[in-house]
Design a protein around this ligand. Structure first.
Ligand code: 26V
Length: 828
């Protein structure tokens, strides 16, 4: 019998989440049946699982409704392919989306439990490195909230981003097993699996009509198994499915070995293939030629495309309609193999010819670029690709052949142009994944206005010329549901009380707060909320770093990945200068400050690790110096992740966004801070430029060279030594670091950092921007003494953040890139 929608409605009789009593009974039942513990002796951890288990059924039901609507309306879907989804904890998000937080809180309270304590039992799903992965999570939230038929595909890493401890001032990495206790949210799809093939060789033959077809044989196979997570949207009507692939061996035992009695060899193959989804690569720039990474990329791309095609073909018999019903967004080049994979599937499995397959392919994909750093642009050695993916390499050669033929026709005799545009770099014998993505996509976008402009002018000028209109900008955004409603409930309530709740799904409505920027009572409440959030941040700092900090001081925060281009080093130089000033003058003319750092370094990134150590050494010296007690404190908060951000961002006064102009594609932390009422000190880089446009130049501290000035400075032959010799305050700071002031037991510890700044040419212009940064910091000090003016500016920052909602970003993608519409729920 075919189940009808009403069958699903009947299920609702199970439990009414508006009813505290029913939730309570549901929790008890879930504890006994699902967790298997006696409620009498259950811990908060057990209650977390009981609650999640209870909700999971509800989420799954909602997912089915969504899916039925999508099929029913035969909608065009967008598939978001990303190697990373940094979703963080899920419990509170689901409760807020479903609007049942108060009821669940009350039910737990009746059982003697506190919801916040229970929620803290959940481990972060840290399936991403940083900005790119968190953006993907914000996007799923916006798609679900606004009922776009979206679908995420990624990898179910067994180990996500490593957890970080600081030992002797240095980063130590530990494996992070978010699945250790199992994840109560996952829905395992044992019936959904796809075979992914590697290696082998190609046999091509012609049929009677002379049509060529190829077979890929003698391959090593791995099975991709589907695990689904439901991303709820606000209001809870519609959800987006996030399907993560886990690698399983095709064979548990290699019987050849097993029969010879070699048990270990017999299971070895299993272990090898299952390492594919074991661990997230914890770097977000250079990583060249790692075979396992390439295999991960192809593994998730192939499984996802097979899945997408199968879903399409269930309903549509004609593959030529594919782009009408499907758009696939490539989150950076990591899934760029989707281009040759779709070609392969269409030709080798579904019998299409090259022209038709290519027509479908280039109308299906869109590609987002997230970085300008040359070392982060992916390329793969041809030899490795040929060994692992021989059929794809052939397809890439052929795409390239036709593409370059067209270029030669348009630009006869321009061999340089051909060399520059080729998908293959002949001099290094590598495949340029960005070129593959550009050629294979209908649209390419950057993630902030400046970034898109630089992409067009510096990274892809030739492509921009040959494909007018292909490059577009979609400035990033963040979801206000997580980054305000969930992480800062007191501020969210204050706002809702003042202007109503519409901002939760329409952030432009925050504009109504402008009228309250000077209102004394509103200002008082705003300040009181900030103070409370700082107290909470202070407690976290005390617990994690053993450093006591006072919430009355200015909280100055830089939390993000540790990278030379993000210039944590510039920040710490400024901190040392401040320290020197306070010590020398003995006059507390500078406002008391707490400088907070947090962030992980890629395990093999020597300089970034040195920077972490320097911050910790400096923190140690300053925090133990009675001369600056009460005036300056420095804290490095270990293991920065989504949950830590949720506490540190609301409790911040000054947001540090100080990358060298032209290096940070967008930044999204900058948006989260401003939305929570911090003022930004920053360069004219990435989305900072647009933040300034929105909040007004009086309400942000801008310093340093512009992207154009950076380029000119470098072209003119920048010499950092000149700055060093001409700025005595800066010279003192650098000399202290060089001479081991902060590490007397090993005075040369920071020579590599000092060398990079001086003899190394100071690639990121730390010295060039130092004085201007100091001046901006002085302006911060001056303004912070004027409580009313500071608060006014902070309120205006919140009021003018509307543009930076991921809702706006998703509406733009939907309209301008994806060509998709919102769904209506059939039974809504
Ligand atoms: C690159 C690589 C290359 C080697 C292998 C591992 C790996 C992992 C990730 C990446 C991508 C890094 C790019 C990235 O995260 N970009 C950030 O994207 C944010 C969202 O668009 C943006 O706000 C940040 O400015 C940008 O740095």
């Amino acid at each position: 019998m075919k189940a009808s929608i009403s069958t699903l409605n009947d299920l609702d009789e199970g439990i009414d989440f508006r009813n505290v009593d029913q939730i309570k009974r549901g929790l008890l039942a879930s504890m006994v049946r699902y967790v298997g513990f006696d409620p009498e002796s259950a811990t908060p951890h057990d209650w977390f699982f009981a609650l999640a288990g209870l909700l999971r059924g509800h989420l799954s039901e909602q997912g089915m409704r969504t899916s039925r609507s999508q099929y029913g309306q035969d909608v065009k879907r967008v598939y978001y392919l990303s190697m990373e989804f940094l979703t963080g904890r899920r419990l509170m998000k689901h409760l807020l989306d479903l609007g049942i937080e108060p009821q669940v809180r009350a039910a737990l309270a009746e059982l003697g439990q506190n919801l916040d304590t229970v929620a803290e039992q959940e481990s972060d799903a840290a399936l991403g490195n940083g900005g790119l992965g968190r953006l993907a999570a914000c996007f799923l939230d916006s798609m679900a909230t606004h009922a776009y038929p979206g679908y995420g595909y990624g990898i179910r890493y067994e180990f996500g981003m490593f957890s970080q401890t600081i030992e002797n001032g240095q980063q130590v990495e530990h494996p992070e097993s978010w699945l250790q206790n199992g994840s109560p949210w996952e829905i395992v799809r044992h019936n959904v699996s796809h075979t992914v093939r590697f290696g082998g060789r190609i046999v091509c033959f012609r049929d009677e009509e002379g049509r060529e077809s190829c077979r890929w044989v003698d391959t090593d196979d791995v099975v991709a198994e589907a695990y689904d997570l439901k991303e709820t949207g606000y209001g809870g009507a519609i959800s987006v499915n996030l399907r993560l692939w886990s690698a399983r061996s095709t064979q548990d035992f290699d019987l050849r070995y097993f029969n010879e009695g070699n048990y270990i060899e017999a299971v070895k193959e299993k272990t090898v293939s299952e390492t594919l989804s074991k661990v997230l690569y914890p770097m977000d720039t250079t990583l060249m030629g790692q075979e396992l990474r390439l295999k991960q990329e192809y593994f998730f791309v192939s499984a996802s495309l097979q899945d997408i095609l199968a879903r399409f073909l269930k309903v549509h018999k004609n593959p030529r309609l594919f782009p009408e019903k499907t758009v696939i967004q490539l989150n950076d080049t990591h899934p760029a193999l989707a281009v040759p994979e779709l070609m392969r599937l269409l030709m080798d499995q579904h019998g299409l010819n090259w022209e038709d397959a290519w027509d479908i392919t280039r109308n299906t994909f869109a590609y987002t670029n997230h970085t300008l750093l040359p070392e982060a642009l992916e390329t793969w050695p041809i030899d490795l690709m040929e060994a692992l993916l021989p059929r794809h390499m052939e397809i890439i050669y052929r795409i390239n052949y036709f593409f370059l033929q067209e270029i030669r026709r348009t630009y006869p005799g321009d061999v340089e142009m051909v060399r520059r545009l080729s998908l293959i770099d002949d001099s290094t014998r590598r495949v340029r994944m960005a070129h593959l993505a550009v050629v294979g996509s209908a649209r390419v976008n950057g993630v902030a206005a400046l970034h898109t402009e630089l992409l067009r002018s510096r990274v892809f000028p030739d492509f921009d010329r040959i494909y007018p209109g292909k490059f577009v900008n979609v400035t990033n955004g963040i979801t206000q549901r997580r980054w305000l409603l969930q992480s800062n409930p007191p501020l969210a309530t204050l706002i809702t009380d003042a202007i109503g709740p519409a901002w939760v799904s329409d952030l432009d409505r925050l504009r109504d707060l402008e009228a309250l920027a000077d209102d004394a009572a509103f200002q008082d409440s705003f300040r009181a909320i900030k103070r409370k959030a700082k107290t909470r941040a202070a407690a976290l700092i005390a617990e994690r770093c053993g450093v006591a900090v006072r919430p009355e001081t200015l909280f100055d925060t830089q939390i993000k990945r540790i990278h030379e281009y993000k210039r944590q080093l510039l920040n710490i130089l400024q901190v040392i200068a401040r320290y020197n000033h306070l010590r020398a003058s003995g006059k507390p003319d500078l406002l008391p400050r707490t400088v907070i750092f947090g962030g992980k370094a890629a395990p093999g990134y020597f300089m970034a690790k040195k920077i972490i150590r320097l911050i910790n050494d400096v923190a140690d010296a300053i925090n133990h110096d009675p001369a600056v007690r009460g005036l300056l404190r420095v804290a490095f908060v270990p293991n920065y992740n989504v949950s830590t951000a949720e506490i540190l961002i609301p409790g911040c006064d000054l947001s540090e966004q100080i990358s060298t102009a032209g290096t940070e594609a967008s930044g999204t932390g900058n948006m989260k801070f401003a939305l929570n009422g911090a003022l930004t000190i920053g360069t004219l880089d990435g989305a900072n430029i647009e933040i300034r446009e929105e909040v007004g130049e009086d309400n942000i501290f801008i310093f340093g060279q512009t992207a154009e000035e950076v380029a000119r400075t470098k072209a003119a032959g920048y010499n950092p030594w000149n700055i060093y010799h001409n700025d005595p305050e800066l010279k003192t700071v650098i000399d202290m670091i060089r001479d081991g002031f902060f590490c007397t037991e090993q005075p040369d510890r920071y020579h590599p950092l000092v060398n990079a700044l001086l003899d190394g040419g100071d690639v990121f212009l730390v010295l060039a921007d130092f004085r201007s940064y100091m001046n901006a910091q002085a302006a911060v000090d001056a303004l912070y003494t004027d409580e009313k003016t500071w608060t006014r500016k902070a309120i205006l920052n919140v009021a003018r953040m509307g543009k930076f909602s991921s809702d706006r970003a998703i509406h733009t993608y939907a309209r301008e890139i994806w060509g998709i519409d919102k769904m209506t729920r059939d039974d809504a």
